[in-house]
Write a protein that binds this ligand. Structure first.
Ligand SMILES: *[C@@H]1O[C@H](CO)[C@@H](O)[C@H](O)[C@H]1NC(C)=O
Ligand SMILES: *[C@@H]1O[C@H](CO)[C@@H](O)[C@H](O)[C@H]1NC(C)=O
Ligand SMILES: *[C@@H]1O[C@H](CO)[C@@H](O)[C@H](O)[C@H]1NC(C)=O
Length: 367
């Protein structure tokens, strides 16, 4: 009897739904279910119990990158539903962790939480820039309990997986037609005037070999997604130069641009400048790339690339890794990546409740 009550009203709601707005439908349907439940519980036991499990609250103190995320997306994209993320600062006292985005911290620390920290609460230092591009903020050394960073020795590491092992079958790989030897996508601000290591290396290299630059005149991250990949695919080699050299600082993100994974995914050999070769090989097969450190100077590198240009068999050896691995174009945006970091941190702090302090953040990060 109570069932048919629910059904009848439900159908009414569906009929009304055609003319109702989504919001009022939700409200109407919600109250309908509630009133039916009362009827059910009079007669029989309630069908559904309210979940008793308390999810830990994780407070996101700033809006990192100025983006307001919809935290329901943690479940939608990453299957993370073990915790509750919020921007609501009034939940500070109940929050088991607070994610604090480094770039938004004032030099005087005045915009950090001021109220006493509950004994169970952990502060998470969230940062994605390399140490070279990071301002040291005095007073942060002994504040945090967890680090959220690209480094593999961070408490919570966020990286995009560059490759997967081909366990089942190898994909047929067809080398895309090549119209250029060596390319670089770089923003105009970096290209001409930079004095950083990658600009210096580029200038020397360009004395000995032609480098096709595209993306100039506008920032590289405005190159449309598809144009970006087809441009890289048309080059035999691509300069995957990091802006600074640090352990694990091997960028793989889509924009900025997608330095290492882009060429690997489309069938172009990355020429990398960054941490030592060994560190790259923690992430990708060693025979998939050319490392500038393998050569005494830019001139020798240029000569090597020209030799490979003339020797197709030698060039094709750089794609042998494809018999065991696949590289994927990551259809992710920066926003997606930042959200993933926050969701991952939330999940982590829900599962790891142990006491933890970082004795000296600066020593850990800046060495
Ligand atoms: C989502 O996570 C739960 C456990 O947290 C797991 O049981 C389920 O299989 C996962 N679903 C997917 C699609 O990965
Ligand atoms: C949090 O708790 C402190 C006492 O430890 C209290 O002074 C403060 O008002 C509380 N803040 C909020 C936002 O509830
Ligand atoms: C978090 O770190 C602070 C500062 O080092 C420390 O005082 C606090 O006890 C730590 N809390 C937890 C839960 O680890």
């Amino acid at each position: 009897m109570s069932r048919s009550c629910c059904k009848a009203i439900y159908f009414n709601v569906v009929a009304f739904g055609v003319v109702l707005t989504t919001l009022s439908l939700y409200v109407y349907y919600g109250s309908t279910v509630a009133s039916c439940k009362t009827t059910i519980s009079d007669v029989e036991k309630p069908v559904m119990e309210k979940p008793i499990v308390e999810k830990p609250i994780v407070l996101v103190w700033f809006t990192p990158f100025g983006i307001t995320f919809d935290f329901n997306d943690c479940g939608k994209y990453f299957n993370i539903t073990s915790c509750t993320l919020t921007y609501d600062k009034s939940l500070y006292n109940q929050s088991s962790a607070v994610i604090i985005f480094h770039k938004d911290i004032h030099g005087n620390l005045m915009n950090l939480p001021k109220e006493p920290r509950p004994p169970f609460q952990k502060w998470i230092w969230y940062h994605v820039e390399s140490p070279t591009n990071t301002g040291k903020v005095p007073g942060l050394e002994n504040l945090f309990n967890l680090t959220l960073n690209y480094r593999r020795d961070a408490d919570i590491t966020v990286r995009t997986e560059l490759m997967t092992k081909n366990y089942i079958s190898r994909e047929d790989f067809v080398l895309p037609p090549k119209t250029k030897l060596l390319c670089w996508i770089v923003s105009n601000t970096v290209q001409a005037t930079g004095t950083a290591i990658r600009e210096r290396y580029y200038h020397e290299l360009s004395q000995h070999i032609k480098v096709d630059i595209f993306g100039s005149g506008f920032t590289a991250n405005r190159l449309p997604y598809e144009a970006y990949f087809s441009s890289i695919a048309s080059c035999k080699f691509y300069l995957s130069f990091e802006n600074s050299i640090h352990r694990d600082y091997i960028t793989e993100k889509v924009n900025g641009p997608l330095k290492l994974n882009g060429p690997l995914a489309v069938g172009t050999v990355p020429v990398v400048l960054g941490p030592p070769r060994k560190n790259y090989e923690d992430f990708v097969p060693g025979d998939s790339l050319v490392h500038v450190n393998d050569f005494p100077d830019a001139k020798s590198l240029a000569e090597f690339l020209k030799r490979l240009d003339a020797d197709d068999n030698a060039y094709r050896r750089y794609f042998q890794w494809r018999e065991h691995f696949s590289a994927h174009r990551h259809p992710v945006t920066d926003n997606h990546k930042y959200l993933k970091a926050i969701c991952t941190a939330c999940d982590y702090s829900g599962r790891n409740r142990d006491y933890r302090v970082i004795p000296n953040l600066h020593k850990w990060y800046f060495g």
